[in-house]
Ligand binder design. Structure first.
Ligand code: NAP
Ligand code: MG
Length: 480
């Protein structure tokens, strides 16, 4: 019998009244059920919102030092649980154990940043006017909803939840259905850290029911969502009904430009790190490589050699370079996209789908050449270890190609020329521009968000990570 995970609502671990659960499968061993999670209903979400609303006045009036202390305690427990949590992430998501550890380290780094930042997060200084003084004051919003994806189940959740709690909001959290285990472990850490019941609630279940119930509830003041652009659109449309504030971190089709004066070994490393890391399942992964024609033969030779040498297999084995993709839906989608790219005329240089009989949802690092802007592989997010190469002859053409996308999340250029770098920085339509660094690199001080169809609302991290969760009040005081 596998363990049945429970919801964490109002400080209690409860089962759904639906009486139903769903299975959490290990993507590296098809058919191995790790545990089951509650198929909750909108009624459970309503109960969680009831409680989060009830305790909001208490939490809002809790001194910021106390909120900061509790978040500090959570971060300490997160660090202590690093190995347990990394193993759960690897087993339910399929990323390698090294990648899971680094995800948790990233959550800690960002969490510690916000934990420090809250100390100096206050309204602006008083400005005098003809009647007296005025200043800007910040207030928490109330109950906020957090909906996260399966690809970074720890990092994304913490990047949203910790700023929400630090600024005095109460939280209802719905994790992705592929990763309920790591979510439940984190809910336990919130409980152990001593957060008052109802301040943080975790409810598992389908996006279309439990997720939807968050957005439909008028008491929800803001929703922070990370996931696909198609679901983001639905959320935005629903949120408009109640004028709920949204922060949407969505899909990407990130380009890496390699100029003829680039350090090719470093550029290949960047393509591999951001193209095949986490089996290509990160929003800021590289999926399009734009190559200067003069170095294309050399670059491709090196890239294919590294890709073919990568060890794909058991993600718990430390010598594995790449694990499986997260589940049957992803396996199916990526396989279909690979077949479509071949049909459209792109040239498969290496990789492809591994036969399902090897036990899990494995896809080898895949590279396509001769990709043109009209092909789906150039335009659509595949969210798998698949790179498409398009060649160019000058920088203007490269930037034009890079911007030929509905998305605008991350990007990178490899060049030895500062003028080329500057032009790219100025003209690239994306929320992140990297020079001689791969597309996935980020630090907590910098805004994390996308342009165009890659995002909406204030970015995460940086100062805006906290800003999103507060209302502003302009105070005008006339002396008595
Ligand atoms: P997804 O299918 O959009 O799901 C994301 C979350 O939304 C899940 O918790 C899902 O629940 C829930 N959901 C689904 N339908 C919903 C609805 N109608 N109402 C409310 N919630 C709903 O995305 P995913 O497959 O988990 O993640 C991959 C996507 O996330 C990719 O497109 C990737 O680029 C994007 N992503 C973006 C960023 C960023 O920062 N920009 C970071 C990471 C990932 P269920 O799991 O129950 O369906
Ligand atoms: Mg799973």
């Amino acid at each position: 019998m596998v363990e049945t995970l429970k919801n964490y609502i109002a400080g209690k671990w409860t089962e759904s009244t639906s009486g139903k659960t769903f299975e959490n499968e290990n993507p590296s061993k098809r058919g191995e059920i790790l545990n089951c999670a509650q198929s909750s209903t909108s009624e459970e979400m309503r109960q969680a919102i009831d409680k989060a609303s009830e305790v909001f006045p208490m939490w809002r009036n809790t001194p910021v030092e106390t909120r900061q202390k509790l978040v500090g305690e959570f971060l300490k427990l997160l660090a202590d649980s690093r190995d347990e949590l990394a193993a759960a992430v690897t087993r339910e998501n399929g990323k390698t154990i090294r990648e899971s550890h680094s995800e948790i380290d990233s959550a800690l780094l960002e969490g510690e940043y916000h934990h420090r930042q809250i100390s100096t997060f206050s309204g602006h200084v008083a400005i005098s006017n003809k009647f007296g003084v005025a200043w800007e004051q910040y207030h928490p919003l109330g109950v906020v909803g957090i909906i996260s994806p399966w690809n970074y189940p720890v990092n994304v959740m913490c990047r949203k939840t910790l700023p929400a709690l630090l600024t005095g909001n109460t939280v209802v959290f719905k994790p992705a259905s592929f990763t309920p285990w790591s979510a439940t472990i984190m809910a336990r850490l919130f409980e152990s850290a001593g957060f008052p019941p109802g301040v943080f609630n975790c409810i598992t279940g389908m996006g279309s029911s439990v997720g939807n119930a968050i957005i439909k509830d008028r008491r929800i003041r803001a929703v922070s969502f990370t996931g696909s652009t198609s679901v983001g659109r639905k959320i935005q449309a629903l949120a408009a009904e109640n004028l709920t504030r949204t922060q949407l971190e969505l899909g990407g089709k990130n380009a890496l430009i390699v100029m003829d004066d680039a350090n090719l070994d470093e550029a290949v490393q960047a393509a591999v790190a951001a193209g095949f890391g986490c089996s290509g399942q990160w929003c800021t992964s590289t999926s399009r490589i734009l190559l200067h024609r003069d170095i294309s033969v050399k670059f491709i030779e090196k890239l294919v050699q590294v890709a073919n040498g990568m060890k794909v297999g058991d993600p718990l084995d430390r010598s594995t370079d790449m694990g499986p993709v997260a589940g049957p839906d992803q396996f199916e989608n990526i396989s279909t996209a690979i077949a479509k790219a071949e049909k459209d005329g792109a040239k498969l240089l290496c990789g492809g789908v591994l036969k399902p009989d090897i036990g899990g949802y494995f896809i080898r690092p895949t590279v396509f050449d001769d990709v043109t802007p009209s092909m789906e592989i150039f335009r659509e997010e595949i969210f798998g270890p698949v790179l498409g190469i398009t060649k160019f002859t000058c920088l203007d053409e490269a930037i034009d190609l890079a911007n030929k996308s509905a998305y605008g999340l991350s990007s990178a250029i490899f060049t030895g020329n500062i003028k080329s770098a500057q032009k790219y920085i100025d003209l690239m339509d994306a929320g992140m521009a990297h020079v001689n660094i791969h597309t996935g690199f980020k630090t907590p001080e910098m805004p994390f968000g996308g342009w165009k169809e890659s995002g909406f609302g204030q970015p995460e991290n940086s100062r805006t990570g906290l800003d999103f969760f507060v209302d502003r009040k302009a105070v005008y005081l006339r002396g008595i």
